[in-house]
Structures are given as structure tokens and as C-alpha cells.
Design a protein around this ligand. Structure first.
Ligand code: BGC
Length: 794
């Protein structure tokens, strides 16, 4: 009996060994076997490997990591070196990722090829938001996604969607708005558009990365209400409406913990409450705390270092990390891999139609350009053949922002070129002077090559030179109009500053503006200012000087063509501001808690670490208290009645619109349907972005005077033509966050729907009643460690 028993055991063991070796010889293959079976077949090393990217290991970026011990051999698009690692044994391919929000960031040249690999530089995030047109944004993003697919990439690392809490954040150009609803809607449109090609996105930086100074370590501290209503709301809308393949957690801390390592943020809120089922990947560092990140539900460590793999293996071996946590993350990554074009072995062309996309960018960017001022309807320029074009940036226009949001484009169109194809000649004497100045500066750069950082940051903006005596008067009698471009740029790794040349105009710019205006006005001619800027600047002190101001932002490589098309009337502006232009910087409540003018700011990949002085962390550097609470942008200005330079939602067109017949209906579930008829009452074609603001009964909570709850844009309307716009707001979208009960609440009572041409230009209203209060409880998580003393407005 005994013999028989041990014989049976031997037999079983032999059988298992045979099975195991069969398994080793014929391991399950991704796509053929279930993901469960793949995970079962993976060794700990393989699991850890799939959770860590290998960009640093394969690029000369960091020679120390050049020879990874672990599986590498990624999909290689030079200059777009971000990836997940392959496990060939199990049929798991590597996948490739690249920046960034306004087009693909990759090298133009490739070893062994004479071909140039350009990507289209599309309008930056702020321009997309300024269109207030989600359909158009989705369409542009679809074309961007096609480039991603045809260049053999699987994920584009965007959109950038941190709230524009303060105008000086260095990356605001990548972001959308001061309003979380507009933010969420534009982001959803981009994700849906890009992903319709079967490639992924990575909305970023989740969350609270609202300034760049000390971004690797700074702690963004805020109340739960501010967090839920302002900082997270856009992400919540985007996740629910567009299901991104991946989301990028940010570098910073949020209420005390690194977001990458925060279970409450990445799992409780993002997955459990919002239903997210994609991959969370880290922003591009290699923080201590890899193990905490795995536990928190941060699936993928990017850019990826071998020691991160080792940390994971070690933690499993010493019992500090559970295999369940690892398996959960591995499954998320594998579920992503099977969706990619690399897994599907798509034969990409490496040849997307960038000429067609250039045309698209030229035409569509016009919708995100905002006419701030147009006295005597001087724009569009009528019957004008000769323009005096001033300002260095007219001849060196800025397509997009700097840093990882920079795109290696084929060219950037300048304003004189754009005017020329519209039949307006830029005065050659003036143009020559600027072009020679630029050539000289470029040559100087050639002698002193820019630093690695400058290269990464994209082209630097040259300061406006003092125009030589006589230049402003040159040919003033023969030129029909004067145009001045003012340029600004900013980028990753640094915040902007309250100083001349950034927030303020420089003395040279003011001098130019005044001299040109005096000169041209003295002969009865007009002056137009074009703002080719990445973010808000001070306008109140000078906006009365010129006759017209066109806010072009940085709308992509076709900038000069797009702007000239509008100036000449080939197209028309229909953008509106996605943020407020305040009178003064310090009018903004957030200005009291923002690292403006911080000395160390402005350096890419700045590793400032802990700046404690005598054990005390430094305000606005080591931590930022969001004391403004929900009082960001127009929420603050409309509630306090404080004057601004240009209000949120503002923008003129070449025609006028009347709003008629506002109607609001409330369904049994509390869904509000608001309709309004918009009629083109002017004399040329145009489109109008209508904003639906709601004034809510206070209930238990303090509420802003108005909040944007929906918006819609008309199609192109001819003079006299009208369109009925319908906007829906569900009961949850009306809710405010009550942190004492950890729930979203829509109070019962009387509401007013306000149809606005801007936040301060409400054209008509309609009251409506919510009969029954509703509440949506959530988890009581992410409270600040020390309560934040928020400002009181009401
Ligand atoms: C940026 C990300 C970017 C990544 C890869 C990081 O420094 O914050 O936005 O996607 O680098 O370039």
C-alpha cells in the first residue's frame, strides 16, 4: 500500500514536471491565451519588467542606464523613446509612446536615412479650448491620432489638462482653462478623437500639478471641496466621457503624498468612484517609493530604470509587496498592450499626410483665435495692399510652447508670408531690418550654441529690440495699416514671472506700440496688435493704445497664415477666452499662493528637492496652499463684482449675434434642457459660442455667482440666419461638493439659467426649479493633513 502510494506521488510529480517543461517550451502567448493565463505563466522578474518602461535604458539620454539587464528592445522611434518593455517568451511586444499634446515630439532625422520625419505642430491646448467647439477639437485630434498611428506609435502623452489655476504656470499653454467643465469637455474631445484611430492617450498630469516650480517635490495642499470641484472635476468628466487608455500621474505631492503613490487618488477615486479601467503611468521620474506606487495602483513606472524593477522584485521577495497588487497592475498593462497597433502588427507607413494636416491646422486654428478689440471694425482689413509690420515675432512667430510639448515641425509660417498670400505686402524696409536682426541673433546662437535645456525647450523667444530711429515712420504715407506682433513663450520646468518681458510688456515693446500708434494715427491710419503668446499677460495698461487686438495664442506651425487669413478677412475669429485676463496679477486670489518670481524657477528638469530652511519647508516652493479654494477665475470676479481686463468667455467676431427665446425644461430626474435661438444680426458670416451659466440656490454651501454648466457653438451663420442651440445639464453636473458630508449635492430650489456671450455679458435668462434635492456620496478621502485657511468671499 505504502509503495503504491509513493509510486502515485512520483507519477504525479513526473506528470507535473512534464507539464511544466511543456509549459516552458510552449508558454502561453498573448492574444491566444487569456490574460489570466499569461499572468499565471509570468515569473516575478517578468512581471516587474512589464511594470517598468525602458526609455532611460535605451537612449543616450542617460548613459548610466544604457545597458539594461532586463528585457528591452522597444519599438524605436528616435526622439520618442518612451515605451513598455517586451516579453518575447510570452508574445508580449514592446509598445511605443511619445509626447505630446500639440503633436508628436520625435527626432527629424534617423540614422541611416536621408528622409526627414516631421510632425504637424497643431494648435496648443489653450487654442483648442478657445474654440469652445468640441466637435472641431475632436476632428483635429483625430488627425493628430492618425499621425501617431502612421509613425508607429501607440500612445501620445497628452492632452495636458491641469487646471489653469494661475496665469503664470509655465505649462498653461498645454492646458485648457480656469474652468473645470470646459477643461473636461475639451479633454474628452481630444481623447475621443485621438483614440478613434486605435492609438492611446495619456491625459496628464493627475493631479494638482498647477505650477512648475519644484514640480518634482512641491506639495499642492487644498480642501476636499477645492480638490473635487476644481482640480479633479475636469479629469472626472474626461475619464467618464472618453476612457483614455492611460493616465499620467503627476510628479508633485497632493495633500502630503506623491500622487504616484496615492491609493486614495489612483484607486479609490479614479477607479472605484469614476470606473477607470486603464493604465496609470508615472510622470517621467524615478521616484523613491516604486513599491508604494505599485500598491497605489500606479501600473507603469516611466520612463523606467532597472533599479525600479529590482525594487519590485525585492519587495515581493521580502513580503512587503503582495503578488495580488502586482498581478492587478500587470493585467492593466497587458490589457493595454493587446489594444496597441504594435500588438496588432499594424504596418505603419511612416508617412502620414502632414501636408493635409498643415492645411487643416491653418484653417481650423482660426476658431481658437480671439478678437479682443476691434474699434471702428477696422478688421478685417479692407482694400489694403501695404502693411507696416513691426515686432520681431512677426518674422519669428511662435507655433507652440516649449519643453516636452514642443513639436519638431517642418516650418513655422511668419506673418509677412501669410499677409503676402492674402495680397498684402509687408513693407520691405521694415521687414528687412527685423529679418537681419533675427539672422544676427541666430548667428550669435550659432557661435554660442544653446544649452541642452534650450534645445529641449524649443526655440527661445528673442527679446523685442528697440526699433532704430526712423523705422516707425518709414513709408508711413504709403503703408495702409500698421501691425505689431508681441510674442511670449513659456515651457515645462519653470513658471512665468511678474516682470517686463513676461507678464508685462518691456520698455521696448511699449515704446514701439506708442510710437507706431502715434505715427499711424497722425496720418489717419490704424494699428493692430497681434498677441502671439502662450498665456495671459497684462493688458489693462496698454490696451487703449492700438485700434484692434487679436489674440492668436500659439496656434501651431501655420500661425502666420492663420493670423493673416483672419486679418485679411479670408476667415474670421470665433474664439472666446477660456480664462480671465485680470486687471492686475494680484487681483487673483491664487496670486498670494503661487511661486511667481521664484529665483530658481525656469530651468527644465530642475531638481530642487526639499528647500527647508531651518527645518521649515518654504512656502510656494516646498508646498503651495490653495487658499483661494474654489474662487478661481470668473468664479471670483463675478461673485465679488471686481473689474477685469477681459472676462472669461469673452471674444468678438466680425459680426453680431442676438440671443432669443431662452427656454429651460427640467425632466423628472433633474436633467435640465436649455435652448436658445442665436441669430446673426450683423453683416458678415460668423459662429457664436454660447455659454450656459447657472446661478444656484445656496443650500448649505457658499456658491459662486455663476458657474459654467454647458456650452454650445453655432455652425457658420450667414447674416440674418439663426440656429436653435440645445444644452443639457444633468442633475449631477449641477452639484457642489459638501465636504462635511463627503457628498455631491444638488440643492432643491430656484435656479437661473443665464445664456452668456461671456461671463460678464449675459444676454438672456430663464428660471427653473429643482423640486427634489439629490446627493451623491463619495469616499471621505484625500483630506489635507493641516486644514487650509481658505479665503471667505461671501
Ligand atoms: C513631463 C511630461 C512628459 C514627459 C515625457 C515630463 O517631464 O512632465 O508631460 O510627457 O516628461 O517627456
Amino acid at each position: 500500500m505504502k509503495i503504491k502510494y509513493s509510486f502515485m506521488i512520483m507519477l504525479t510529480l513526473t506528470f507535473m514536471a512534464v507539464l511544466k517543461s511543456a509549459d516552458a517550451q510552449n508558454p502561453p502567448q498573448l492574444g491566444k491565451a487569456s490574460i489570466e493565463d499569461i499572468v499565471k505563466a509570468m515569473t516575478i522578474e517578468e512581471k516587474a519588467t512589464i511594470l517598468v518602461g525602458d526609455a532611460w535604458g535605451t537612449r543616450n539620454f542617460n548613459p548610466a542606464g544604457a545597458n539594461s539587464k532586463y528585457s528591452t528592445g522597444i519599438v524605436h522611434v528616435p526622439g520618442a523613446p518612451f515605451s513598455t518593455r517586451p516579453i518575447p517568451r510570452l508574445g508580449i511586444p514592446g509598445t511605443g509612446m511619445s509626447d505630446g499634446p500639440a503633436g508628436i515630439r520625435m527626432d527629424i532625422s534617423r540614422p541611416g536615412s536621408n528622409k526627414k520625419y516631421y510632425a504637424t505642430s497643431f494648435p496648443v491646448g489653450t487654442v483648442m479650448a478657445s474654440t469652445w467647439n468640441t466637435e472641431l477639437v475632436e476632428y483635429i485630434a483625430t488627425e493628430m491620432g492618425r499621425e501617431v498611428k502612421e509613425y508607429g506609435l501607440d500612445v501620445v502623452l497628452g492632452p495636458g489638462m491641469n487646471l489653469q489655476r494661475n496665469p503664470l504656470c509655465g505649462r498653461n499653454f498645454e492646458y485648457f482653462s480656469e474652468d473645470p467643465f470646459l477643461n473636461g469637455k475639451i479633454a474628452s474631445a481630444i481623447v475621443n478623437g485621438i483614440q478613434s484611430n486605435g492609438v492611446g492617450t495619456s491625459p496628464k498630469h493627475f493631479a494638482g500639478n498647477n505650477s512648475e516650480t519644484n514640480r518634482f517635490y512641491s506639495d499642492s495642499r487644498m480642501s476636499q471641496r477645492t480638490l473635487r470641484e476644481m482640480i479633479l472635476k475636469g479629469f472626472e468628466i474626461m475619464v467618464k466621457e472618453s476612457h483614455p487608455w492611460t493616465i499620467m500621474s503627476s510628479y508633485n505631492k497632493l495633500n502630503g503624498d506623491f500622487t504616484q503613490q496615492n491609493y486614495e487618488l489612483l484607486t479609490t477615486i479614479l477607479r472605484d468612484e469614476w470606473g477607470y479601467d486603464g493604465v496609470v503611468l508615472t510622470d517621467w521620474g524615478y521616484k523613491e517609493g516604486t513599491v508604494e506606487a505599485v500598491k497605489a495602483g500606479n501600473d507603469l513606472m516611466e520612463a523606467g530604470m532597472d533599479f525600479e524593477i529590482e525594487r519590485i522584485i525585492e519587495a515581493v521577495q521580502n513580503g512587503s509587496l503582495s503578488i495580488e497588487d502586482i498581478d492587478r497592475n500587470v493585467k492593466n498593462v497587458l490589457n493595454y498592450v493587446v489594444k496597441t497597433q504594435h500588438f496588432k502588427r499594424y504596418e505603419y507607413s511612416d508617412n502620414p499626410d502632414i501636408d493635409a494636416n498643415a492645411k487643416l491646422a491653418r484653417k481650423e486654428a482660426a476658431e481658437g483665435i480671439i478678437l479682443l478689440k476691434n474699434d471702428d471694425n477696422i478688421l478685417p482689413l479692407k482694400n489694403m495692399k501695404n502693411a507696416a509690420v513691426f515686432g520681431l515675432n512677426s518674422y519669428k512667430m511662435i507655433a507652440g510652447g516649449a519643453g516636452s510639448g514642443n513639436v519638431n515641425k517642418k516650418y513655422v509660417r511668419n506673418l509677412d508670408e501669410g499677409l503676402a498670400i492674402n495680397g498684402i505686402a509687408a513693407d520691405t524696409t521694415i521687414a528687412d531690418w527685423y529679418k537681419k536682426y533675427i539672422a544676427y541673433q541666430d548667428a550669435t546662437n550659432g557661435i554660442n550654441p544653446p544649452s541642452m535645456e534650450a534645445v529641449l525647450l524649443g526655440s527661445q523667444v528673442l527679446a523685442e529690440p528697440l526699433a532704430p530711429t526712423g523705422l516707425t515712420e518709414k513709408n508711413m504715407n504709403s503703408n495702409d495699416v500698421a501691425i505689431i506682433t508681441i510674442g511670449r513663450n513659456a515651457g515645462e520646468g519653470g513658471d512665468r514671472k511678474i516682470e517686463d518681458g513676461d507678464w508685462y510688456l518691456t520698455a521696448a515693446e511699449r515704446d514701439l506700440l506708442q510710437k507706431v500708434t502715434d505715427t499711424y494715427h497722425s496720418v489717419g491710419k490704424k494699428v493692430v496688435v497681434v498677441l502671439n503668446i502662450g498665456g495671459v499677460i497684462e493688458t489693462a495698461s496698454w490696451k487703449d493704445i492700438p485700434d484692434a487686438i487679436l489674440l492668436a495664442w500659439t496656434p501651431g506651425q501655420e500661425v502666420g497664415y492663420t493670423v493673416a487669413d483672419i486679418l485679411a478677412g479670408k476667415s474670421y475669429p470665433s474664439g472666446k477666452l477660456p480664462m480671465t485676463f485680470p486687471l492686475g496679477y494680484f487681483d487673483l486670489p491664487s496670486s498670494h499662493n503661487f511661486p511667481y518670481n521664484y529665483e530658481g524657477s525656469g530651468t527644465l528638469y530642475l531638481d530642487m528637492g526639499n528647500n527647508s530652511q531651518q527645518g521649515q519647508p518654504v512656502k510656494d516652493v516646498d508646498y503651495v496652499n490653495y487658499e483661494e479654494g474654489i474662487w478661481i477665475g470668473y468664479r471670483y470676479f463675478t461673485t465679488t463684482g471686481k473689474e477685469v481686463s477681459y472676462p472669461f468667455g469673452y471674444g468678438l467676431g466680425y459680426t453680431n449675434f442676438d440671443y432669443e427665446n431662452p427656454v429651460v425644461k427640467v425632466a423628472g430626474d433633474g436633467t435640465v434642457t436649455a435652448t436658445v435661438t442665436v441669430r446673426n444680426s450683423g453683416s458678415s458670416v460668423g459662429k457664436e459660442a454660447v455659454q450656459l451659466y447657472v446661478t444656484a440656490p445656496t443650500g448649505e454651501l457658499t456658491k459662486p455667482e455663476i458657474e459654467l454648466r454647458a456650452f454650445a457653438k453655432t455652425k457658420e451663420l450667414k447674416p440674418g440666419e439663426s440656429q436653435l442651440l440645445t444644452m443639457k445639464v444633468d442633475a449631477y453636473m449641477l452639484a457642489s461638493f459638501n465636504e462635511s458630508k463627503s457628498q455631491w449635492e444638488t440643492a432643491a430650489g430656484e435656479y437661473t439659467a443665464k445664456f452668456g456671450a461671456s461671463s460678464s455679458d449675459i444676454r438672456c435668462k430663464a428660471g427653473f426649479k429643482i423640486a427634489k434635492a439629490q446627493a451623491w456620496p463619495v469616499h471621505n478621502v484625500m483630506a489635507p493633513k493641516i486644514p487650509i485657511q481658505e479665503i471667505k468671499i461671501k
